[in-house]
Design a protein around this ligand. Structure first.
Ligand code: SAM
Length: 228
């Protein structure tokens, strides 16, 4: 089966994970994590929260800054990314990081009060299985949120917003910061494709999709999946 990116992440060398962390450490990306953390803070006040495909753990850090009462969990198929996450989260006590694939975890059923994933879903080789596992480990009555890019974004608006976001950075930084987003946007799903995937999962009757800006970039969807 052709991988959507999982294989590259599983084999990712440590220096590449460090580079990813460094290049995504720009203002616009940090701002998007701050915005997601505020949104999550409004929907869950205490309990267990899982970030799927946490990468360098920057979202977990923002969520912790916003609400230190939450017990945080981070899952990722890349051991190198989790090494970087460990560093970024070393000051946080209540965090549990685990290497694994969301298609089959060993978290107990009905365990999490909230599950979130940012910029990772488009990489999952088996997205329906991933969603079904999220359903299994999410508590009844709670929601999971996918924050991911989509195909039908406004290209000229994105160009203008990127220029604005990167205006204070060096030419090298500008040059290096765009490839990750470009790669993501080149393989991301359309809204119809997201819907086709969700409708094959157990969340088929219980989802909503919103087009949103994050970190000033007009390329994001927030998909809410409810376990009613
Ligand atoms: C583009 S990075 C995003 C990292 C972080 N969430 C962020 O927003 O910066 C995608 C991450 O998802 C992880 N990933 C991809 N497929 C996964 C899967 N099936 N289960 C768990 N993690 C996965 C990758 O290893 C990688 O760290």
């Amino acid at each position: 089966m052709k991988t959507r990116g999982e294989k590259q992440y599983i084999n990712m060398p440590r220096f590449a994970a460090k580079l990813y962390d460094n290049l995504t450490g720009v203002k616009g990306v940090n701002k998007s994590f701050e915005e997601i953390a505020v949104f999550i803070g409004n929907s869950v006040k205490q309990g267990y929260l899982l970030d799927v495909g946490t990468g360098p753990g920057r979202l977990l850090l923002e969520i912790h800054k916003n609400n230190s009462l939450l017990d945080l969990y981070g899952l990722d198929i890349s051991a190198s990314m989790l090494d970087v996450a460990k560093q970024n989260l070393k000051a946080v006590k209540n965090v549990n990081l685990q290497v694994g694939n969301i298609t089959g975890t060993d978290y107990p059923a009905n365990f999490f009060d909230c599950i979130v994933t940012t910029g990772s879903f488009y990489n999952w080789d088996k997205p329906v299985e991933g969603l079904n596992e999220i359903f299994r480990i999410l508590k009844q009555g709670k929601s999971a949120y996918i924050f991911d890019t989509y195909k039908e974004y406004d290209k000229s608006l994105l160009k203008a917003r990127l220029k604005e976001n990167l205006k204070d950075y060096s030419i090298i930084r500008k040059f290096l910061s765009k490839p990750f987003l470009k790669k993501q946007l080149s393989i991301t799903y359309s809204i119809t494709e997201y819907e086709n995937i969700i409708r094959q999962s157990v969340f088929k009757e219980n989802y909503t999709i919103h087009q949103i800006d994050l970190g000033n970039l007009p390329v994001w969807l927030r998909i809410e999946l409810r376990k009613d």
